[in-house]
Design a protein around this ligand. Structure first.
Ligand code: 3HC
Ligand code: NAI
Length: 695
């Protein structure tokens, strides 16, 4: 076997050339891979090989372009050079695919004349998730094989499809059951057959039937635009991907390719993709804890316990059942248990992606009980009872008594002190916060919270199990509200001040919605319920929220909150009565109302969050600035095309942000406007919050 470059080797099996890519971890198309592909094809021509098999070593076929090369200096041949060498080769080229053929990897495979794949292989063009589009012909070749509607779905969602689905559309010519050796043997046999039978050098670019049949028909494009409108709000890439497929349909291949190139370059050099590429690596960095090395032993979690089957407990249990881990869920009485399990069942039944058999299979993994002693065989127990320290301490003391000595005990608390909770047990090193976000079966964030004594194994287990259940886990320190809610609380203070000064709840919400957040603070309060933590007996009309509750406004649940809700559609309408109530309250407090600009709303809602994020980072409660961004994107819907609050502040310019924070500190006051020393220092030095790291 000859090494062509550091990652590509060449050998012959009879008269068939085998080009092997070995570029761990995911065989990304780094410059030396592209070089190796070009050299390998030249070698195959030079030694008159009858056919070529392209295969990859390690866990996967090529998983895409090397994202870490983007934005840097171009080196080696282009991907298009490597693709042309394959597509225009004088002998059949067979791609042998295992793992994931993604992005540029799939685009390379589409330039082979034939594709053989393991049944477990997956195919996708996930560039949209990086704010990009497939820039190496993917948008022009894929619809020629799988048809326009499926190609539109794949490029706008980034969805991976399996071998069976790929074979239906002709994306794969042969599906193999078995291992990597079987794949190699099957690809060689396919190549030998292609030679023996003089099979044509099938070029995807020449297959026009499926695109021509849609020419002049706008229906599939209208349909996809309507389908993704809500999810794609604010993003450029989904629309640009659609335009590329339109080009595939309406233009000759080479013209379509040019249009794809043009739109790709526009996205690649724009701010959205830069933010989304940063975020790709931020998410992967979040899983790394400097003082908990990769080889730290992790507890084997075979059964999970959940205490409390309310809003959070039920959703938490679903996460584990979804990946086949059995769950014991314990409630304080049978009625609450039945209600909780009923909600879980309903959630499964409502989900379109769960078949009736899957509903039963998952429900069968969840065992209900009213006796904590049934946690005896659980390896991890997650507590989700009411947010009350006395209660939490009481249940943790009991958990400590009934659980196995090596079981890990976690709390889903939103704000409470993990060390205080751990102190109720005899095993504080096995106690940790595992803070899920509502709805817990949907939201991707898991904010793990380390206590002073949480052991490396406890931390490593919470991080690992998070990934196993499909969450993005971030490790926070034990401060009030941890990373996410501590920042959210500062926004709330300013939002409440703004409405007293003359902004309306609708204005504040609209500004944040237009920024890209899913909803503003007032819509969020209405959704959660205005009366959370409110008691009629102690209410004294001292805040807007209190007077709202006193007047019977409870939020969405009774159709009246900061907005009035349509009983049928639940659509919110701004309510003039609320605006009057707020104004009267302000007048009574001696606050003069004025016109507030949208820019002021934006700064006053977001800069205190940035400032608090910097304080959290400076105080060591977040490991790195990018972790703060991951919390906000996955936990609160911060628009990923703006990177996250730290990245966003850096892109505004920290000097400008610091300036405005100082201005508001002088004019408005409040400890949340006292500038973070870290932010002030980085602003002076030209540093970046999103790149700042502790430890
Ligand atoms: N470039 C560079 N590094 C990459 C990479 C890529 N395309 N894909 C993954 N990596 C790195 C990750 O950063 C991570 O590094 P780390 O161990 O140092 O943190 C390592 O590979 C493993 O990645 P994951 O933790 O994500 O591993 P998983 O096994 O969970 O997932 C995967 C594997 C499904 C391949 C996933 O990594 C993935 O989705 N990767 C991105 C795929 C993608 O977006 N491809 C398109 C790229 S853009 C493109 O091709 C443009 C073209 O059209 C011109
Ligand atoms: P919830 O009120 O919906 O559910 C709590 C459940 O705990 C109830 O079903 C109750 O019957 C049960 N319970 C109370 N005492 C119990 C005991 N001794 N033994 C067994 N079960 C008992 O509350 P929710 O919203 O699920 O919150 C639970 C925890 O999760 C709280 O700590 C909360 O702060 C936290 N949290 C809540 C989020 C939310 O959006 N609701 C988000 C993230 C965390």
């Amino acid at each position: 076997m000859a090494e062509l470059t550091e990652s590509v080797s060449y050998e012959r099996d009879g008269d068939v050339a085998i080009i092997t890519v070995d570029n761990p971890p995911v065989n990304a198309l780094s410059w030396h891979v592209r070089q190796g592909l070009v050299d390998g094809m030249a070698q195959a021509v030079a030694d008159d090989s009858a056919a070529v098999v392209l295969i990859c070593a390690g866990r996967t076929f090529i998983a895409g372009a090397d994202i870490s090369e983007f934005g840097g200096e171009a080196k080696g041949p282009s991907l298009q050079d490597a693709q042309s060498a394959m597509e225009d080769a004088p002998m059949p080229v067979v791609a042998a695919i295992h793992g994931t053929a993604l992005g540029g990897g799939l685009e390379v495979a589409l330039c082979a004349h034939y594709r053989v794949a393991l049944a477990s292989a997956k195919f996708g063009l996930p560039e949209v998730n990086l704010g990009l589009l497939p820039g190496a012909g993917g948008t022009q070749r894929l619809p020629r094989l799988v048809g326009v509607p499926k190609a539109l779905d794949m490029v706008t969602s980034g969805r991976h499809i399996g071998s069976a689905e790929a074979a239906e559309g002709g994306l794969v010519d042969e599906v193999i059951d078995g291992d990597h050796d079987a794949l190699r043997a099957a690809a060689l046999a396919f190549a030998a057959r292609a030679v023996a039978n003089n099979m044509p050098l099938a070029k995807v670019r020449e297959r026009n039937e499926l695109v021509e049949s849609v020419r002049g028909d706008s229906a599939p494009f209208d349909a996809i635009r309507a389908k993704i409108a809500r999810k794609a709000r604010g993003f450029l890439a989904p629309e640009y991907n659609i335009r590329c497929i339109e080009a595939a349909v309406n233009l000759p291949f080479d013209e379509g390719l040019k249009e794809e190139r043009r739109l790709f370059m526009e996205l690649m050099t724009g701010p959205q993709s830069a933010a989304q590429r940063y975020y790709f690596f931020a998410e992967r960095a979040a899983n790394k804890v400097p003082d908990v090395p990769k080889d730290t032993p992790v507890a084997d979690v075979r059964r999970v316990g959940v205490l409390g089957a309310g809003t959070m407990g039920g959703g938490i249990a679903m996460n584990f059942a979804n990946v086949g881990i059995p769950v014991t869920i314990v409630e304080r009485d049978q009625e609450s248990l039945d209600r909780g399990l009923g909600v879980v069942r309903k959630n499964y039944e409502r989900s379109r992606s769960t078949t009736p058999e899957q509903v039963e299979q998952r429900m069968s993994l969840i065992t209900g009980s009213t006796d904590q002693a049934d946690f005896g065989d659980c390896d991890l127990v997650i507590e989700a009872v009411f947010e009350d320290m006395d209660l939490k301490q009481q249940v943790f003391a009991k958990l400590d008594e009934v659980c196995k000595p090596d079981a890990i005990l976690a709390s889903n608390t939103s704000y409470l002190n993990i060390d205080q909770i751990a102190s109720a047990t005899s095993r504080p090193s096995q106690v940790i916060g595992m803070h899920f976000f509502s709805p817990a079966n949907v939201m991707k964030l898991l904010e793990n919270v380390r206590g002073a004594e949480s052991s490396p194994t406890t931390i490593a287990t919470a991080m690992t199990i998070g990934k196993q259940i499909g969450k993005v886990a971030v490790l926070a320190g034990n401060c009030d509200g941890f990373i996410g809610n501590r920042m959210l609380a500062r926004r709330r203070v300013e939002a409440d001040r703004l409405i007293l000064e003359g902004a309306t709840p609708e204005q504040v919400d609209r500004v944040l919605y237009d920024f890209g957040l899913p909803m503003g603070p007032f819509a969020m309060s209405d959704l959660a319920g205005l009366d959370i933590g409110w008691k009629a007996e102690t209410s004294s009309g001292s805040t807007v929220r209190e007077i709202m509750c006193e007047s019977g406004r409870r939020g969405q649940k009774n159709g009246r909150g900061y907005y009035t809700y349509d009983p049928e559609t639940r659509a919110p309408t701004p309510d003039p009565e609320v605006v009057d109530m707020i104004r009267d309250f302000a007048v009574a407090k001696g606050i003069e109302q004025r016109e507030v600009t949208d820019q002021e709303v934006l700064e006053r809602c977001l800069y205190p969050m940035v400032n608090e994020g910097a304080k959290i980072l400076d105080e060591g409660y977040a490991i790195r600035g990018s972790d703060v961004d991951v919390v906000w994107v996955n936990g609160y819907g911060w628009p990923v095309y703006r990177g996250g609050p730290m990245y966003w502040a850096d892109s505004v310019g920290l000097a400008e942000v610091a300036d405005r924070i100082r201005h508001y500190a002088d004019t408005l006051g409040g400890s949340h406007w006292q500038i973070s020393p870290l932010l002030a220092r980085l602003a002076d030095e030209g540093g970046k919050l999103h790149q700042h790291a502790n430890g």
